[in-house]
Each structure stands twice: as C-alpha cells, then as structure tokens.
Ligand binder design. Structure first.
Ligand code: UDP
Length: 237
C-alpha cells in the first residue's frame, strides 16, 4: 500500500490517503506535547515504540473480539488503518487515582478503585477538551445514545483485557484514554493509539512510572521508560 496525499498532521502523528478510499496510513512522530500544548519536545524513538506497541495491543484486542481500526503494520513508524470519522470524544478509564482525577477531586495518587471509572471529554482544542457526561455528548450530537452505550461497554472490555495483559508483564494499568471512530459502513471501532503517550503504566513491584508522566513532570528517564515498556511488550531492547 502506498501513501498518496497527506490528509492531516496532528501532534504525534501524520495521516496519509492511499489508493483505497477505506484505508489511510498513519505515520508516528517522535514529537511530544503536554499540559494542553504548552509543553513541547521530542522523545527519541517514541514514534517507533508507540506504533509497534499500539499495533501489538490492537491485534490482541481484535483476537478478544474488540473491533479496531488496525489493518497492517507497514514499517517501524507506519501502519495501515481503516479510515474512520473519529467521534469527538476522549474516553478515559481509570483503575487508580492519578493525574487530573487526583487534582480535580483533591485526593492523592494511587488510590485503587473498587471498580473502574469512565469519563468523557469533548475533543476540542479551542475549548481545552472540557469534561462532559453522556447527556451532554448526546445534546451536542457528538454521538447517539446507542453509540455512547457501545463505546462504554467496549471501553470497559478493553480495560479488562489490557489490565490482565499488563499484569502478566509486571505493569499496573493505572488509567488510559481511548478514541473511537465510525467506518464508512457505519461500524464503531477502536481507533487512535494505545501507548505510553495515552496510558499510565506503573511498574507493579516498584511503582516506577513507565509513561509520558516522566515527560509531563520533567522527571528524566523518559526514553528509558518508553524503551522499558517496549522491552516488556515486544520482548526487545
Ligand atoms: N490522556 C491522553 N490524552 C489527553 C488526556 C489524557 O492520552 O489529551 C491520557 C493520559 O495519558 C492518562 C489518562 O488519559 O493515561 C488520564 O489522563 P488525565 O485526565 O489524568 O489527564 P493528564 O493528567 O494526563 O493530563
């Protein structure tokens, strides 16, 4: 499959058209942003790690019956995915308090919830991705009631599958963000990426952070953390 024209350039990825109108090619960059775009930088090798890790996890989810956009890995940084219209909702699942949850509700990080939480935010950079509930999303016609119900059940299934998978490689899945898209034939599939950019991963034994929080919080060891996750998931240095 060949790239034709560039359709879009986002913060961490570029998207290209192909000869097939149902497929696009995603190309992962090393660029990183955080704190609502205020913090910018690069994380060496991140594009390769996120592309390969995300593809591995999407295939794992497909095997478990979760529909995804994944089609074929083309190279270290490039993947063919189904062309979708992204629902303008970020879907966040949390197993343990961290990040904005801890800030918003004035609690410490690390509280293990009895059951996972779900929240939505409106994907809109100008409005800084405001938090909204299902009623707001329906009122704003961002998705239908049926789509929201489907997205909710898929997101919790993804959590069950990923939590168990990461536990097996000594990693605690703290929280993560998912995006869903609609194909030309109207199916809802999991899209975007699953990577240390979009998940919080803590080492199960030491609690060490193995994700983008090291970049957000200027903790150092950012590349090492991404490489450690690559080693655990893909079994390589
Ligand atoms: N997240 C993301 N993109 C965003 C916001 C959050 O991928 O624009 C991920 C983030 O990496 C974390 C989870 O969603 O795994 C929950 O993030 P939170 O709401 O705590 O916000 P953050 O503190 O990451 O800005």
């Amino acid at each position: 499959m060949q790239k034709t024209v560039q359709l879009y350039e986002g913060k961490a990825k570029k998207v290209f058209a192909t000869e097939n109108p149902d497929y696009v090619i995603v190309s992962y960059k090393d660029d990183a942003t955080a704190l609502d775009g205020l913090k910018k930088g690069t994380i060496g090798g991140k594009g390769v790690i996120n592309n390969r890790m995300s593809n591995f996890l999407m295939q794992l989810l497909e095997k478990e019956g979760v529909p995804t956009h994944y089609v074929e890995e083309l190279s270290d940084r490039e993947t063919v995915v189904r062309k979708v219209t992204i629902l303008p909702l970020e879907v966040i699942i949390r197993n343990i308090s961290a990040g904005h949850f801890a800030q918003r509700y004035g609690v410490e990080e690390g509280i293990v919830f009895d059951s996972p939480t779900i929240e939505f935010s409106y994907k809109n950079d100008d409005l800084h991705d405001p938090l909204l509930n299902a009623y707001h999303a329906i009122a704003l016609r961002l998705a239908t009631r049926e789509e929201i119900e489907l997205v909710k059940s898929l997101a919790f299934r993804v959590n069950d599958i990923l939590k168990a998978y990461f536990k097996g490689i000594g990693v605690t899945l703290v929280d993560f963000k998912l995006e869903f898209g609609k194909t030309s034939d109207g199916r809802i599939v999991l899209a975007d990426e699953i990577s240390p950019d979009t998940c919080r991963f803590w080492d199960a034994k030491t609690g060490e952070k193995l994700d983008k929080d090291r970049f957000r919080r200027d903790m150092g060891g950012v590349e090492d953390a991404y490489n450690e996750m690559k080693r655990r998931v893909l079994g390589e240095q």
